[in-house]
Design a protein around this ligand. Sequence first.
Ligand code: NDP
Ligand code: 8X3
Length: 252
Amino acid sequence: MNTKTAFITGATSGIGKATAEIFAKNNINLILCGRRSERLTELQLTLSKLTNVTTLQFDVSDKEEVFKAIASLPKEFKNIDILINNAGNAHGLSAIQDGSLDDWDAMMDINVKGLLYVSKAIIPQMVEKNNGFIVNIGSIAGKEVYPNGNVYCASKHAVNALNKAMRIDLNKHNIRVAAIHPGAVETEFSEVRFKGDKEKAKNVYKGFDALQAQDIAEIIYFVISRPIHVNIEDLVVYPTAQASATILNKEF
Ligand code: NDP
Ligand code: 8X3
């Protein structure tokens, strides 16, 4: 019997998509979100063979769209048990004096404000029913600052702070809050960071076994499937070849 409903942002690719797949296999009802509607439709077609799926197409950085989309959910999907705040990306990789204002806006608007808008739209009903689970996808960039990472690192440090803040404020409402902070995961992340330069993106994951989206998805599922009295607060997950944001044992 399907008992839980999960709302996943950034479900059209990478970690979010892999999380949707593993949740579907475990009969969790799904609300899948992203901007690319064809991908949402495709995913819905596949995963509805396993569970109940609906999709919402919106940009997390547009607060009107966020609240409108979430208000439009059909009745059977309105009761959200699990929120996976995953949508986000890095835009650019340059020294602070060379960074693009548009890239900075995108990272702060999507990674920080987008996460806040979605949370604001969903948390009240969790408070009302005195139950819920929020998983925030941070990054090693939210624990360390690395050369040229400046604003992306700042956005993920903000996610780290908001994760702690949510846990404190929602504690008395019985809402579990957890963060997963991955190191290098081979997804479309670097393609977005390097504005579609596939060769440059591929090089990021050359010479070592990077994490795959499924590795993180399995951990997210583990976290949300613990008994009700257990909350895993914070996890940093590296590929074996990685020892810090900047130390990678690459073979060439
Ligand atoms: P992908 O680029 O593969 O996926 C990013 C997802 O976010 C897509 O589904 C995209 O959907 C969605 N997204 C991006 N911008 C918006 C927006 N404005 N509105 C709505 N959705 C948006 O990257 P990952 O799967 O790797 O990234 C997922 C999360 O993991 C991010 O928060 C990232 O910062 C974090 N992370 C990634 C790491 C890595 O090495 N890959 C390591 C540590 C953390 P669409 O384009 O359809 O809107
Ligand atoms: C993605 C990992 O090291 O590129 O958050 O910032 S990193």
